[in-house]
Design a protein around this ligand. Structure first.
Ligand code: FDP
Length: 335
């Protein structure tokens, strides 16, 4: 609920600076830069149909996917805002094959920023929601830049994470490990205002989000779980409603506020699924866990998965704690 006197993101940051100590100290300036990227992209998206920014660039990215013009624009915005900021020493993006390590003659900070610059790319050309996801790690060596291996850390080592949501309004939602806060961009004054204080996810929801077109590619356990959600049983709140926007950030945001589960499971011929561990699953897991929810591969906690590759994919089940636990029980054959 918005306060009588709105609290701007910058004011919130100043007021909470004292509690952002230790690992997250200095993160405040970094989040301001993320919010700037959000303003730049939101500005373009508001006029997307009028500018030459829709459609594809004609290239494919490191994942073998078609690069949309907006993917490239959003990636550039992150790189340009952060390269000279002095807050980061390395940047890694879902859209870039190799990380950018900032050489000694550039201003350098102690943070590593991993990001998905534009989430839900298939929504770019039809005015549907989009997002961006970021994960922050700390590099505590001032004598040298991080190695590729030092960028590949378990989600439990994140010092902060969050997302930008470009929906009917633009939002920035983040955590530094002390709860989850959401800010809505007021385009009239160009400021983010605190709109969602200490977000907590309901323990159980009534919605599932999954691309059910893939049903026949799923494992038996995943299929049985989806079938279970559709059974009519008033006492346990079933059937669940199905909602899927094609934008992970938008779907997870809905669950964060109202509860339920998002699933992008592994497939029989693609057991690792589609989503990226470092750019998507880990940061969203940090946010959702901080709100009281759960994030799992189906067999283990997302934030404890040991990354082997920068662009590693992982099956993802995320949302209300009890819903995710139930999905795990089906996937592990315990139900
Ligand atoms: P997209 O590839 O369109 O950027 O990031 C991956 C993602 O979108 C998620 O945002 C979304 O939930 C999912 O993939 C959509 O994939 P499907 O089209 O296979 O459902």
């Amino acid at each position: 609920m918005i306060r009588e006197f709105p609290l701007t993101l910058s004011r919130f940051i100043i007021e909470n600076q004292a509690s952002h100590q230790g690992a997250a100290e200095g993160f405040s300036s970094l989040v301001t830069q993320v919010s700037l990227v959000g303003k730049l992209i939101a500005q373009d998206l508001r006029r997307a149909g009028l500018l030459d920014i829709l459609g594809s660039t004609g290239d494919t990215n490191v994942q073998g996917e078609t690069v949309k013009k907006l993917d490239a624009i959003a990636n550039d915005a992150f790189v340009k805002v952060f390269q000279h900021s002095g807050y980061v020493c390395a940047l890694a993006s879902e859209e870039m094959e190799k990380p950018i390590l900032l050489p000694g003659n550039w201003p350098q900070g102690k943070y590593i920023l991993l990001f998905d610059p534009l989430d839900g790319s298939s929504n770019t050309d039809n005015n549907m929601p989009l997002g961006a996801i970021f994960s922050v790690l700390m590099h505590d060596r001032s004598d040298r830049l991080p190695t590729d291996e030092e960028l590949m850390r378990r989600g439990t080592q994140q010092v902060a994470a969050g997302y930008l949501l470009y929906g009917s309004s633009t939002m920035l939602v983040y955590t530094v490990g002390q709860g989850v806060y959401g800010f809505t961009l007021d385009p009239g004054i160009g400021e983010y205002l605190l709109s969602h204080e200490r977000i907590t996810i309901p323990d159980k929801g009534k919605i599932y989000s999954a691309n059910e077109g893939n049903y026949n590619k799923w494992s038996g356990g995943t299929k049985r779980y989806l079938d279970f959600l559709k059974i009519n049983d008033k006492a346990t709140g079933r059937p669940y409603s199905s909602r899927y926007s094609g934008c992970l950030v938008a779907d997870v945001h809905r669950l964060l506020l109202g509860g339920g589960i998002y699933l992008y499971p592994g497939e029989t011929d693609k057991p690792e699924g589609k989503l990226r561990l470092l750019y998507e699953a880990n940061p969203l897991a940090f946010v959702v866990e901080q709100a009281g929810g759960r994030a799992s591969t189906g067999t283990s906690r997302i934030m404890e998965v040991e990354p082997k590759k920068l662009h590693q994919r992982v099956p993802l089940m995320i949302g209300s704690r009890r819903d995710v636990e139930q999905a795990e029980a089906f996937i592990q054959g315990r139900v």
